[in-house]
Design a protein around this ligand. Structure first.
Ligand code: TRP
Length: 455
């Protein structure tokens, strides 16, 4: 009895861990705060939360149902469910998007590594002003060779894990490391919120100023909801395919979505109070979190050690996300093109590294990349927007149409509930997947095309 109970629990826990590992990462701790800061704070956050509930949760369940039923990579899954049709291209877009996201995500993961190094060598310590913090950022990220090398190191780590299949070791490690990260975030949030002037940050995060809403703020919120939950490119199709048949899949999916969103809000409760207290501009862009965090460590007892532990855990959180990105691309080449897993991991990872180089150089080392083709944003920002916002939205739109209208809700529901655990509120889910999500996402994309507010 006892062992059967334990076995069941660990089956579901294993999935939740892997899926949460994919979802929780730089998207929560780096992307969410800087995107919220660029888009005016409270109103963006509110729209983001609404999208998590109305679009994120239904799409998580849709992807998982496809994964559980087909037990295949995204391209293979669509081929199996709709043979001889063009739906496979939707899976193909997902694979391409995974590659595109990995090519800039690994750059930011490289920044995390350099802050880990800076924390170890003491460079990150003792920062109390925005100027000092900017100087540290410049010293760690601003060069040309260093960011590229760090990206390469991080890509090598990702390749090594994906090469061997996601190992038990990593799974077991995340079981301890992720809760530790959570505890550290709570400590940091408490410290940040009690800083002088910290209250202004909480207000910025939660008091919506609706005059700040525009179509690009809404687009950014949609992109962020999908990005943070690892949706719109088939990562959850792949992860759902590993879910034990007897376990409660709908519940596990919903738990992951809430957990992930909670971590993003927690990160906001750290960054915004700290940012107001140090006097950093909320719309500082992708460097925001890296510039703001050191000021918190300086305010904590044993801050230097705390910083080392934090950047270490953030590196692991980023790694469990990049694994899922590379895994989707590798799974495609292994399943559909019969490539050897080891070779696929290496060559796809290396190719991705080549595409990552311009993003790595975009923080000042190469002028043309800091204001790419006169768009006013960096090359890295553009990658982030193209793959992280547009491509994921198009993917989610296609997925809802597929599940809602082609494959059909009854089949998807049957797959979701295969273990006998019912999805509470499945009528609501069906309405969201068939009508609300396609109309909302479609309308946003069409509006953006008409008004041409791309960046
Ligand atoms: N969700 C991850 C994060 O927040 C990033 C990520 C991993 C991702 N896999 C993905 C985003 C698939 C979109 C799709 O850091």
């Amino acid at each position: 009895m006892a062992s059967a109970g334990r076995g069941q629990w660990s089956g579901k826990a294993g999935f939740i861990l892997a899926a949460a590992g994919s979802a929780i990462g730089l998207g929560n701790i780096w992307r969410f705060p800087y995107t919220a800061g660029e888009n005016g704070g409270g109103a963006f956050v509110l729209v983001y939360l609404a999208f998590v509930l109305l679009i994120g949760v239904p799409v998580v369940l849709s992807e998982l149902s496809i994964g559980r039923f087909t037990k295949l990579n995204p391209v293979g899954a669509f081929k199996k469910l709709a043979p001889g049709t063009n739906w496979k291209w939707l899976g193909g877009l997902g694979v391409l998007t995974g590659f595109g996201i990995l090519a800039f995500y690994s750059v930011i993961a490289g920044w995390t590594l350099s802050y880990l190094w800076g924390a170890i060598t003491g460079q990150v310590g003792g920062v109390t002003t925005a100027e000092q913090s900017n100087a540290v950022f410049e010293a760690l990220i601003g060069g040309s060779l260093v960011p590229v090398i760090l990206t390469a190191i991080f890509m090598a780590m990702t390749i090594l894990v994906v090469r061997g299949g996601v190992s038990n070791g990593i799974e077991r490690a995340t079981k301890i490391l992720m809760p530790t990260l959570l505890v550290m975030l709570v400590v940091m949030a408490i410290r940040a919120m009690t800083l002088d002037g910290g209250g202004a940050g909480i207000a910025y995060l939660f008091q919506p100023d609706f005059s700040k809403l525009s179509v690009d703020v809404i687009m950014a919120a949609l992109g962020q909801a999908l990005f943070s939950l690892s949706l719109g490119m088939g990562a959850m199709i792949t992860y759902g395919s590993y879910f034990p048949d007897r376990e409660n899949l709908p519940q596990a999916g919903i738990v992951v979505a809430f957990f992930d969103t909670g971590i993003a809000i927690l990160a906001g409760l750290i960054i915004f109070p700290a940012l107001f207290s140090v006097g950093v501009d909320p719309s500082a862009g992708p460097g925001l979190v890296f510039v703001v965090l050191p000021s918190i460590f300086a305010q904590l007892p044993a801050g230097g050690l705390f910083a080392i532990a934090f950047y270490f855990l953030l590196t692991i959180a980023a790694l469990t996300s990049t694994i899922s990105l590379l895994e989707v691309v590798v799974a495609y080449f292994v399943d559909e093109k019969q490539w050897d897993r080891k070779k696929a991991s290496l060559w796809i990872g290396l190719a991705c590294l080549v595409f990552a180089v311009p993003s790595a150089l975009s923080q000042g080392a190469v002028g043309g990349l800091t204001d790419f083709l006169g768009t006013g944003v960096t090359y890295l920002d553009i990658q982030n927007i193209i793959w992280g916002n547009y491509s994921l939205s198009i993917g989610a739109l296609g997925l809802c149409i597929f599940v809602g209208w082609k494959w059909g809700i009854p089949s998807a529901l049957e797959a979701l509930e295969a273990s006998g655990h019912k999805l509470q509120g499945h009528t609501l889910w069906s309405i969201l997947v068939r009508f609300v999500c396609p109309v909302a996402v479609g309308a946003i994309l069409v509006y953006i095309m008409i008004t041409q507010q791309y960046f």
